[in-house]
Each structure stands twice: as structure tokens, then as C-alpha cells.
Design a protein around this ligand. Structure first.
Ligand code: MN
Length: 505
């Protein structure tokens, strides 16, 4: 076995910076599910949230801290006592807890945000780190907007916070302004000019405003950074954060150049990517590196020919190494229960016996309508069964009529607590009519904020998956529904939203 190289710690901030992405808001259950998936993935640190920002955030950080055993669970705090107290309280039950304290150090932020002198800022940072260190051993400090800060001031503040007890110093490119050569040089300069830097791990945190988040992170690693902050699918504030899967696979694929390794179980990557995409409602673009649907597809004849002769002609990574699910035909009408179970197992789906029975029944019904069942179809079925919310309302039957010069009409029957409820409705379009009917039966008034439909695989008989963002009684939720009938999928997505709201405390 060759030398795996120096270890780079993976700090995931999907649940904190990722959740700051406009429109991404996850509930506590979804956050916990993602945290568990991240732990399985092997991330070193999970930044679970910003506890002082809201009671909901505080609760979910606390829940993650209580549940996760193998990864460090981290809470973010500004350099003020109230924030540090909240972060310490939220992560105190973690087996490995960390407080991440930050304070802006750039001239722009100092003058406009704080109206403080550099000396005052330096003192604030030292006081905050000392205060946090009294509560917890593992403290990380971030000089916010580091890449636009005066270098000499940055060296001084880093030296001071390390002396005060920070074990990790993170150099954020908060606004996505830097470029690889300059960022790499900044890390090299910090190593040279901060006398006690060997007592801390240098971390990096990059944003993708100029499309260089991953490139900047890698340049920093090449220059000695040993922790990288990133998110699944690169989600995050504005254009997003550096994408974890890209950094991890770049280090693995080009170990010859970087000489570094991570503790990531790369076979779990696609699974976590799907989970985050579902929870946030952010669809992964087909051309996205590593996790996009086309990331491992070869279309050009010359490429296909080469692939058939020898995979390495056009393949630098093996799709199975990142748990990539292709659309190879797997099952059909005549496939039995055994083949179905085996395939699910292969895809890493674990269902309880009762869920399995139901999933198999859905599979059989689907196989009647659809000739070829692909892996993606199976995952959609299975994910439907392991939904985290209880079905207070479920669809019994649906009849819709619409067409040119016809007023769309819907006949609907829903079930709740063993009782059947029926209604009819009309609307401007079939979805409008349908959602009005559901509102009438459930006595909920939903506002549809976003609606999108995607086909799970190719072909006219493909499953359609509807993602809907719905606001009900002040709460916003992201919900899904899947069916070969797109109106049925629309109904299921809307009911999923209602069920999610009803299951919230
Ligand atoms: Mn950030």
C-alpha cells in the first residue's frame, strides 16, 4: 500500500453555512438525518448551526450534539459572551464538542460594521477565545473576511488567539474574493509569519462567488492547510461554499500531486448528496462534478468505444467509488421479491420489514405501468417509504379532467385517521384545482411558493417527481411526491407538505 499522505480534516458546514443558502431551510428531523449521514460519511467535524440565532437552531444543534458520537459537533458564535454561552450550552452533551468563534478583521468590516480600532478588535478576539476556552477545550477561531484583511494585522491576531487557546485557526474567504495563487500564498505567509502557528491547525473556508471555491481550497491545502470547510453539493450563502465531494475526490484522484488523504468513505458521497438535495429542494445540476446525473456518462462514440476497450481511456474515477447510481436497466415486471431486495441492499437502502412489504407492492404496481425499472426509480420508491413524517392525510383517489377550452376539474378523496373525505373543485389549471380541493378537505390554507417537476429517469413512461415549497400558517416546508401520473405526484407533494407541518411541534 502506498503512503496515504497527510491527513486533511473535513469540516462540514452544510447544516450551518449550507442552510444559509436563500430558500434552504431544514427542520430538526432533516438536520438530524443529514448529521447521521455525515457521520457515516466520515466527516471529522459537523458544524451543526449557529445556536444563538434562533431557538430552533439551538434545539437542532443540541439534538445533533446528543446523537452524533464519532464526529466533532461544532456550534458557531460571534465574539460575544451571549453567543459563546449559547454555543457551549448547545454542544455540551457532545462526545467531542467544539465552539467556533468568529470576528471580522478587514478594514471594511471594522469601519462599517463595528466602528472599532484594530487594537480593540484584537482584544475582543482574545477575550472571546479565552472565555470560550474556559467552557470547552476545542476552540476554533475565524477572522471573518480574512482575505480582505491587512496581512500584518492578520498575523498578529492569529498569534494572539492561538496564545489564548485556539486550536484551529480558520482563514475564511467570506466573500469569495480570492484566487488560488493568492490564497495559497496567504497560507504560506501565515505559516512563515505567525511564530506559534505550529500549535494550531490551519483551516480554510471558501465561497464560490467567482467559481473558485474548490480551487482556492486546494491551493491552500497544497500550502499547508490541514482542515477544509465545505458543504455537500456546494450549497451555501450566495453562490455557495466549496463543495465537499469535489475537494475529497480531487485529493483522492490527484494524491500524486497533493500527497494528502481524508477520512471520507467516498462510497457514501452520492447518497448524502441525494439526501441534502431532497431536504433543501435544491436539485443537483446534471453536469455537476462528482454527483451530477451526467458526471459519469459518456456520449461521444469515440469515448464509448474507448470505454468498452479499457475504462481508464476516458475515466479518471470509478463511479462506484462515489456510490454513483447509473440508469442501467435492473428490474422489470417479472422480477421477484428477492431481486428487489438484493437491488435495494446494493443501493444501500435499509427498510424495516413492514416498509419492505409496502415498497414491494408499490414496485409491482409500478412495473405494470412502466416496462423498465431503474435504480433511480427504486430509490424514489424506497425514499417514499422511509419518509420521516407521519401521514396524517393520504391520497385515496384522484380524477382530473382538463384540456383545450375545458375548465379543469378535480374529484378527490383523501383519508385521515381511518375516515374518507371527498370533494370536487375547479381551478385555473389542474394543479390549481387539485390544491384548492386539498385545501378544502384538510382545512389548511397552503401558499405554493415554488413548484418543480423532474423526471426521475428517461422515457415517456418515467416517474415524475414533484418538489414543492409550501407556506402553511407561517411555516415554510419543502415537500416531495412521486408517481408516473404527474397530477398524482403533485397531490402527494402537497399532502407531504401538509403532513410535515402537522408533524411539527
Ligand atoms: Mn461562509
Amino acid at each position: 500500500m502506498s503512503d496515504p499522505g497527510q491527513r486533511v480534516l473535513i469540516f462540514d458546514t452544510t447544516l450551518r453555512d449550507g442552510e444559509q443558502a436563500p430558500g434552504a431551510s431544514m427542520n430538526e428531523k432533516e438536520k438530524l438525518e443529514i448529521a447521521l449521514a455525515l457521520e457515516r460519511l466520515g466527516v471529522d467535524v459537523i458544524e451543526a448551526g449557529f445556536p444563538v440565532s434562533s431557538p430552533g437552531d439551538f434545539q437542532s444543534v443540541r439534538k445533533v450534539a446528543k446523537t452524533i458520537r464519532n464526529s466533532i459537533v461544532c456550534g458557531l458564535a460571534r465574539s460575544i459572551k451571549q453567543d459563546i454561552d449559547a454555543a457551549a450550552e448547545a454542544v455540551k452533551t457532545a462526545r467531542h464538542g467544539r465552539i467556533h468563534v468568529f470576528l471580522a478583521t478587514s478594514k471594511i468590516h471594522l469601519e462599517h460594521k463595528f466602528k472599532k480600532t484594530p487594537e480593540q478588535i484584537l482584544q475582543m478576539a482574545v477575550d472571546a477565545v479565552k472565555y470560550a476556552r474556559d467552557k470547552m477545550d476545542d476552540i476554533e477561531f475565524s477572522p471573518e473576511d480574512a482575505t480582505r484583511s491587512d496581512k500584518n494585522f492578520l498575523y498578529r491576531i492569529l498569534e494572539a488567539v492561538i496564545k489564548a487557546g485556539a486550536r484551529t485557526v480558520n482563514i475564511p474567504d467570506t466573500v469569495g474574493y480570492t484566487i488560488p495563487a493568492l490564497y495559497g500564498q496567504l497560507i504560506a505567509d501565515i505559516k512563515e509569519h505567525v511564530p506559534n502557528i505550529h500549535q494550531a491547525i490551519i483551516s480554510v473556508h471558501c465561497h464560490d462567488d467567482l467559481g473558485m471555491g474548490v480551487a482556492n481550497s486546494l491551493a491552500a491545502i497544497k500550502n499547508g492547510a490541514r482542515q477544509v470547510e465545505c458543504t455537500i453539493n456546494g450549497i451555501g450563502e450566495r453562490a455557495g461554499n466549496a463543495s465537499m465531494e469535489e475537494i475529497v475526490m480531487a485529493l483522492a484522484t490527484r494524491r500524486d500531486y497533493y500527497g494528502c488523504c481524508t477520512g471520507i468513505q467516498t462510497k457514501e458521497i452520492c447518497r448524502v448528496s441525494r439526501l441534502v438535495s431532497k431536504a433543501t429542494g435544491f436539485v443537483v445540476p446534471p453536469n455537476k462534478a462528482i454527483v451530477g446525473a451526467n458526471a459519469f456518462r459518456h456520449e461521444a462514440g469515440i469515448h464509448q468505444d474507448g470505454m468498452l476497450k479499457e475504462r481508464s481511456t476516458y475515466e479518471i474515477m470509478r463511479p462506484e467509488d462515489v456510490g454513483f447510481v447509473g440508469t442501467g436497466l435492473v428490474l422489470g415486471k417479472h422480477s421477484g421479491r428477492h431481486a428487489f431486495l438484493e437491488r435495494l441492499k446494493h443501493l444501500g437502502v435499509e427498510l424495516k420489514p413492514a416498509q419492505l412489504d409496502k415498497a414491494f407492492e408499490i414496485f409491482k404496481r409500478l412495473a405494470d405501468k412502466k416496462k423498465q425499472i431503474f435504480d433511480e426509480d427504486l430509490l424514489t420508491i424506497a425514499e417514499d417509504e422511509v419518509k420521516t413524517v407521519k401521514d396524517t392525510w393520504s391520497l385515496v383517489s384522484l380524477k382530473t379532467t382538463s384540456g383545450t377550452n375545458l375548465k379543469p376539474r378535480v374529484e378527490l378523496s383523501l383519508k385521515s385517521k381511518g375516515k374518507i373525505y371527498k370533494t370536487r373543485s375547479t381551478g385555473d389549471g389542474p394543479v390549481d384545482a387539485l390544491y384548492k380541493a386539498i385545501d378544502a378537505v384538510t382545512q389548511m390554507k397552503g401558499e405554493l411558493l415554488e413548484y418543480s417537476i423532474q423526471s426521475v429517469t428517461r422515457g415517456k413512461d418515467a416517474i415524475g417527481e414533484v418538489t414543492a415549497k409550501v407556506k402553511i400558517g407561517g411555516k415554510k416546508v419543502i415537500a416531495h411526491g412521486a408517481s408516473t401520473d404527474i397530477l398524482e405526484a403533485s397531490a402527494k407533494a402537497y399532502l407531504n407538505a401538509i403532513n410535515k407541518v402537522l408533524s411539527q411541534p
